[in-house]
Design a binder for this molecule. Structure first.
Ligand SMILES: Cc1ncc(COP(=O)(O)O)c(C=O)c1O
Length: 415
């Protein structure tokens, strides 16, 4: 089928109009990094500024601001197969990860001193683990190597889980290759060894079906500015399974995690349930920007989104085989019949220069991931098959003509 035919048959095609697409000639493959802006987000923010901040002022705290972390968390919970009271929208992914890792280490049974993770994980997650481990003498980090930088068979992770493991923490979908771990299998394997699991869902939430309840996952974090389309720097989310919430120890005590903050008691007492993980005043305007994107995903349904994502992946893979592989452009991602997420990475030694040529000369916007990755992210609510076709066509042209040569040099800034 041609790209035009696939777009014509796409049941989600109507959702593209619900996003601001100010320049239709831009081919946007970065929804896995910063999602497009839902038109409703702009409306909601305008309303919040004019009516809530502008007019209602502090009264707005009692008219929907104060419980935003819980209310938005309840909506995000539906995207990841969690219960309403198991998810909060708050802080950043990094801060949430820190709080949960710290909590696990503070409350771990004696003798469990190893954190298991892998080389496919987001480097910042590893920095967080390194920083946290320093605060707990004796705690070590085991980083399982993926070997090819693309895949990581579950057996390699499983072989590191034992009675000395305090925590298994992984990115569900790897930021660079897009490889997707078997969340159910690894959660079960960890539980069999008495090990809690913390999943980073940043590259899967809103794109891939996730059922945290079905596998009794312990903890998760994720961001809202990628597939959830919450806007730059929008607050993240965290999940703690219901029965673990009362045991959780927030390392950053503050009044939003206090039992009765407006008693202004001089002694901290954690709030019941998940609220104890909160710390300070939430960024209300940024939180208001999150809701519209989540609503759109819930309206479309994650199964339909995944179906299209997988089709786009297969389509892009087919084009890679016929158009790009002959030019010695490699594949830095799994094959479509292997476990994958919603972005596909092409590999070339001049990836940075090629990426810049695509962006600056052709308005085709992927991103570059060192050392050799060009990532094409598919966001099924607004990405089109014809964009994939055009993106690959231009990529081929840029490589064949060597047009990228003058964009060479050291990668700088946000890539
Ligand atoms: C998988 C993953 N984890 C964590 C982070 C860090 O998120 P933040 O900078 O919002 O804390 C990112 C950022 O892109 C990410 O992709």
């Amino acid at each position: 089928m041609t790209a035009a035919e696939l777009d014509a048959l796409d049941p989600l095609s109507g959702f593209r109009d619900r996003f601001a697409v100010t320049d239709p000639s831009v081919v946007y493959f970065d929804g896995n990094s910063l999602g497009r802006m839902p038109k409703q987000a702009a409306e909601s923010l305008k309303q919040a500024i004019d009516q809530q901040w502008g007019d209602r002022l502090i009264r707005s705290w009692g008219e929907g601001w104060y419980d935003l972390p819980q209310r938005l968390g309840g909506k995000i919970a539906k995207l990841i197969g969690a219960k309403t009271n198991e998810v909060l929208c708050c802080d950043s992914t990094s801060v949430n990860l820190y709080k949960l890792v710290h909590s696990v280490l503070s409350t771990r049974p004696a003798g469990r001193n190893k954190i298991v993770t892998d080389t496919l994980n987001f480097p910042s997650d590893l920095y967080l683990l390194q920083g946290c481990a320093r605060q707990f003498p004796g705690v070590e980090i085991v980083v399982v190597d993926s070997i090819d930088g693309i895949h990581l068979p579950p057996e390699l992770i499983e072989s590191e889980l034992n009675e000395r493991t305090a925590l298994l923490t992984l990115s569900h979908v790897a930021f660079k290759s897009g490889f997707r771990h078997d969340l159910h299998r690894l959660t079960q394997a960890a539980h069999d060894k008495g090990v809690p699991v913390l999943w980073d869902l940043s590259h899967s939430a809103g794109a891939v079906p996730i059922d945290l309840a079905a596998c009794q996952a312990d903890y998760a974090v994720g961001c809202t500015y990628k597939y959830l389309n919450g806007g730059p720097g929008s607050p993240a989310f965290l999940y703690v399974r219901k029965d673990l919430q009362e045991l959780a120890e927030n390392p950053i005590w503050g009044w939003f995690g206090q039992n009765r903050p407006f008693d202004f008691s001089l002694q901290y007492e954690p709030a019941p349930g998940l609220d104890r993980i909160l710390t300070g005043t939430p960024p209300i305007l940024s939180m208001i920007g999150v809701e519209a994107g989540v609503d759109l995903l819930l309206e479309a349904g994650i199964e339909a989104i995944w179906l299209k994502s997988h089709k786009m992946y297969e389509y892009a893979y087919g084009l890679w085989q016929s158009e790009l592989q002959p030019l010695e452009i490699g594949l830095g991602s799994p094959n479509p019949d292997q476990s994958h997420g919603s972005h596909l990475t092409f590999a070339h030694s001049e990836a940075y220069a090629i990426d810049q040529a695509l962006i600056q000369n052709h308005k085709v916007i992927p991103d570059f991931r060192a050392p050799d990755g060009i990532r094409f992210g598919f966001a099924p609510l607004y990405s089109k098959f014809q964009e994939v076709e055009r993106g690959v066509e231009i990529l081929k042209q840029v490589v064949e003509s060597k047009e990228y040569v003058r964009f060479g040099g050291e990668a700088r800034g946000v890539t």
